[in-house]
Write a protein that binds this ligand. Structure first.
Ligand code: UDX
Ligand code: UDX
Ligand code: ADP
Length: 473
């Protein structure tokens, strides 16, 4: 029986391995992690990752051919194929701080593999990593190998959170990058045979190691670029009374452009886009490609602009001050159907409002209070100067909106489309503002109720039209 071990039981490793186990009853899959609380959660009825459809898949194979464990050494030693799916955040300090990927976790995983392996292994890069990481890992492994032979493959993951199960079951493509040597190609074929259990052959693409690594960064950069492009248009639409939804529809009808990923928003978030573009920028700079680096940097800068533009719009609409006003923040996750808050635009918007001394009442159906407190730095003793008194985290959306001066929709949760807005209007302060950062509500209907509505990239409410877009500083 082929044995697979995955190091890292996070948003990528957990769901991916659950699908491998589900689709390949003849393969034994162990997911290991240094975090014992994470493993305990994977072994409980309350999984550490909220993902529609995941529970059923895990329950159907856990204990059969899917195991979660903290015994990293044992499962790595036993495995034929080791996936490495550890976190690779942006470096916070040192060379390349703020841009380069921090490979500390990756390196320690590689050293552990080298230390405990007594039989030949295929090591698969699953985390998004800088180009040529495979080469670095190969060096670590071969210099510490004790005669064991390692083949390194790059198999980047393209799942999006919230739709992970469907993305894994029906991927647009699976990339497998490997060396062109006979041993490299044999390793590629072994991994192809795993995916072939459920992915059609024409969607499994083999290529060189570095092409596979670059493809992942490029795909995320292109996707983020589309959002920054439509968000740039949203600012222009507001200035000219055009409607960004109509513009996106018209542009997306061109089959060369395509219609997906053209929803204007308060900005993209998530663990990948910003990190991967900064990583790409760093790699370009290291290769002396200043113009290319600057081109991609602008995608991130536009995203930052979009978030700060949203805050400015709120403040300018509300008589240039939100001080002491209650603002209801609806949604905190970086997108719907996930409890993940990494790089969520809600953090920047909340911090912007807090700097203007607003009081926030935050509601999200999936994000824990503890997570929100952590993200807004409320645990930091240096940051607490009254800040935590400005924030209230609630589990009921109507509690968040009661007595509020304004409502900000930060995540496109479906439930926000069907709230009882008449009730909300009645119990809010008047004039009552709604700032829709995701274009989920029917603005015309809400205006009839009496709200002053701001929607991204739409013709402005008469109330907002006569105000300066940027408040005087
Ligand atoms: C373009 C638009 O396609 C068309 O919809 C619009 O009405 C007018 O402008 P055109 O300039 O005639 O049409 O040709 P197009 O096929 O878009 O190519 C423009 C340039 O881009 C050409 O130099 C072409 O060689 C280049 N190109 C196109 C690339 O370099 N790479 C590509 O993948 C596609
Ligand atoms: C992304 C890629 O889609 C995935 O292929 C890769 O493996 C990881 O990064 P993810 O970050 O989970 O996945 O979610 P995604 O659906 O791409 O959304 C990212 C952000 O962009 C979210 O904040 C989302 O709200 C925003 N977004 C997306 C928009 O603002 N407009 C859109 O049209 C689409
Ligand atoms: P991703 O979104 O890429 O899956 P996560 O942060 O959700 O990232 O998951 C990465 C996981 O990898 C975390 O649970 C972390 O504890 C685990 N991890 C990091 N380094 C190691 C290591 N050396 N050995 C085992 N697990 C590790």
């Amino acid at each position: 029986m082929l044995k697979i071990c995955c190091i890292g039981a996070g948003y990528v490793g957990g769901p991916t391995m659950a699908i491998v186990a589900y689709k390949c009853p003849d393969i034994q899959v162990a997911v290991v992690d240094i975090s014992s609380s994470r493993i305990a959660a994977w072994n409980s009825s309350s999984l550490p990752v909220f993902e529609p459809g995941l529970d059923d898949i895990v329950m159907s194979c856990r204990g059969r051919n899917l195991f979660f464990s903290t015994d990293v050494e044992k499962h790595v030693a036993d495995a034929d194929i080791i996936f490495v799916s550890v976190n690779t955040p942006t470096k916070r300090q040192g060379l390349g701080a703020g841009k380069a990927a921090d490979l500390t976790y990756w390196e320690s995983a590689a050293r552990l593999i080298a230390d405990v392996s007594t039989s030949d292994k295929i090591v698969v890069e699953k985390s998004t990593v800088p180009v040529k990481t495979a080469e670095a890992i190969e060096r670590i492994l071969t210099h510490n190998s004790n005669g064991v032979r390692f083949q390194i493959l790059s198999n980047p993951e393209f799942l999006a959170e919230g739709t992970a199960i469907n993305d894994l079951l029906h991927p647009d493509r699976v990339l497998i990058g490997g060396r062109s040597t006979p041993e490299g190609q044999a390793a590629v074929n072994t991994l192809v045979s795993v995916y072939a259990h459920w992915v059609p052959a024409d969607r499994i693409i083999s290529m060189g190691l570095w092409s596979a690594e670059i493809s992942k960064l490029a795909a995320n950069a292109f996707l983020a670029q589309r959002i920054s492009s439509i968000n740039a248009m949203s600012a222009l639409c507001e200035a000219t009374s055009a409607d960004v939804t109509q513009v996106a529809y018209a542009v997306g009808k061109d089959s060369r452009v395509g219609h997906r990923f053209l929803n204007a928003s308060v900005g993209y978030g998530g663990s990948c886009f910003q990190k991967d573009i900064l990583n790409l920028v760093y790699i370009c700079e290291c290769n002396g490609l200043t113009e290319v680096a600057n081109y991609w940097k602008q995608v991130v800068q536009l995203n930052d602009y979009q978030k700060s533009r949203f805050v400015k719009r709120i403040v300018s609409s509300m008589f240039n001050t939100v001080a002491q006003k209650k603002m209801a923040i609806l949604g905190f996750a970086f997108k719907k159907d996930t409890g993940d808050t990494r790089e969520t635009p809600a953090i920047d918007v909340c911090q912007g409002l807090l700097r203007d001394n607003a009081h926030l009442s935050i509601y999200d159906p999936q994000v824990t209070e503890e997570q929100i407190r952590h993200d807004l730095d409320m645990d930091n003793p240096d940051e607490t100067h009254g800040r935590s008194k400005q924030i209230n985290i609630v589990s009921d959306v109507y509690e968040a909106t009661e007595g509020a001066h304004g409502v900000c929709i930060m995540t496109e949760w479906d439930e926000f489309k069907t709230l009882d807005y008449e009730r909300i209007f009645k119990h809010m302060q008047h004039p009552s503002f709604i700032f829709d950062g995701r274009n989920v509500i029917d603005a015309d209907r809400l205006r009839k109720i009496g709200f002053i509505v701001y929607s991204i990239g739409k013709p402005l409410d008469p109330w907002l039209r006569d105000l300066p877009a940027v408040p005087p500083s």
